[in-house]
Ligand binder design. Structure first.
Ligand SMILES: *[C@@H]1O[C@H](CO)[C@@H](O)[C@H](O)[C@H]1NC(C)=O
Length: 187
């Protein structure tokens, strides 16, 4: 009798918890827009949105735009995780650090965005060590996604390089960056 009461109590506690964390995964979804921008004065007015490559260096930043699940933009705390995958780099590069920084606005257009009109930055710059640039590069971008979801919009981010330049395929090739987002499905 006593055991039965305890079991019922545990079930009652466990049920709402299970509903709260029961995850729903979206993706992989491709970036719906991407470009790269240069902040070098002589280059900053150029647009690169339709090119097959994205570039990063000390002066160049790839810019990716993803849609987030509506659950995450309506209730940011429902976002459980985000995994960003960049395609392998086009030329062999030794292990290096790449940087990610969330863009404050998700309204940029890949046809017109350039170094002069680029969106501003939100939150910290994050550094990720990439061991093998010949394989798809998987990055836990949960924290960056949460920053974006907190604004109630999509997820735009700059991908940079503090040191060595690198290039990777843009969405125009059909083999560009992708995102997997997992949200909790509250009943
Ligand atoms: C990557 O960044 C870390 C931390 O800033 C640093 O210790 C390391 O030397 C860097 N590695 C490369 C290959 O630049």
């Amino acid at each position: 009798m006593k055991a039965a009461i305890i079991a019922t109590t545990l079930l009652a506690l466990a049920a709402p918890l299970a509903a709260a964390v029961n995850p729903k995964t979206y993706g992989p979804v491709a970036a719906f827009k991407d470009s790269w921008i240069s902040v070098a004065p002589i280059e900053s007015a150029k647009t690169h949105g339709s090119e097959p490559v994205l570039k990063a260096s000390t002066e160049k930043f790839a810019l990716l735009g993803f849609t987030l699940p509506s659950e995450a933009t309506q209730a940011p705390n429902r976002l459980l995780s985000c995994e960003l995958t960049l395609p392998p780099f086009n030329t062999p590069v030794p292990p290096l650090n790449i940087t990610l920084q969330v863009a404050v606005a998700n309204t940029w257009d890949e046809a017109t965005v350039n170094g002069d009109n680029r969106p501003g930055l939100l939150g910290d710059e994050f550094t990720f060590y990439v061991e093998d640039t010949k394989q798809p590069i998987k990055i836990d971008a949960t924290e960056q996604c949460k920053i974006a979801a907190g604004k109630g919009t999509g997820f735009s981010l700059f991908v940079g390089s503090p040191k060595a330049p690198y290039e990777f395929k843009s969405r125009e090739t059909g083999m560009g960056a992708t995102l997997v987002a997992t949200v909790s499905s509250w009943a």
